[in-house]
Write a protein that binds this ligand. Sequence first.
Ligand code: ADP
Length: 175
Amino acid sequence: MATDNPTDITLLRGDITEQHVDAVVNAANSSLMGGGGVDGAIHRAGGPTILEGCRALRSSEFPEGLPAGRAAATTAGDLPARWVIHTVGPVYSKEEDRSGLLASCFTESLRIAHGLGAGSIAFPAISTGVYRWPVEDAARIAAQAVRTAPESVPDIRFVLFSDRALAAFEEAFAP
Ligand code: ADP
C-alpha cells in the first residue's frame, strides 16, 4: 500500500536513547515526572534538564498533567537529539476501545514535531509495556496513524526493544 505521506519509515530493534534524530518520543505518564520503561531510560540518559522542561510544562500548559493522547516537547538534554516529545499512551482496556487515544499519540507527536521543524523522529512502541497493550494491535494502530497523519516529518523511525515487537511492526507495516 502506498503511504499517504512522503515519508521514509524505518523499523529497527534498539534503544531509543541512542537514536540520532531531531525528536525522540517518550511514552510518558500524565504526571510528566518520570517513570519506568522507556521514560526512565530517557530521563537517565538525557539528564536533569528534561525533568526541568517537564516541570515547566506542568506549571504552564498542563497544570493537571498531560492527558492521554496528547503530546508536548522539551529539550532532549544530553541525548543525541534536539527535543523529547512526551506523549501519554492509554492504558489497555478490554472493556473500552481506546485505540483512538493511542492513534492520537502518534498524530499529535507528529504534529508537534512538524511544528518544531523536525526532519526526523523516533517512536517507541507506546503503551505496550506497563500499559499492557498487545503489541500486534498497537503496531497496527501505529501504522494506520502515521500513514494518515495530516502533519508529518520526512524520516520516521520505530525503535523496538524486542524481537517480538520488531516482528509485530514489520507485519503491520508490510506493504
Ligand atoms: P507504556 O507505559 O506506554 O506501556 P513502557 O515504557 O512501559 O511504556 O513501554 C513501552 C515500550 O517501550 C515497551 O515495548 C518497552 O519494551 C519499550 N522500551 C523500554 N525501554 C526502551 C528503550 N530504551 N528504547 C526503546 N524501547 C524501550
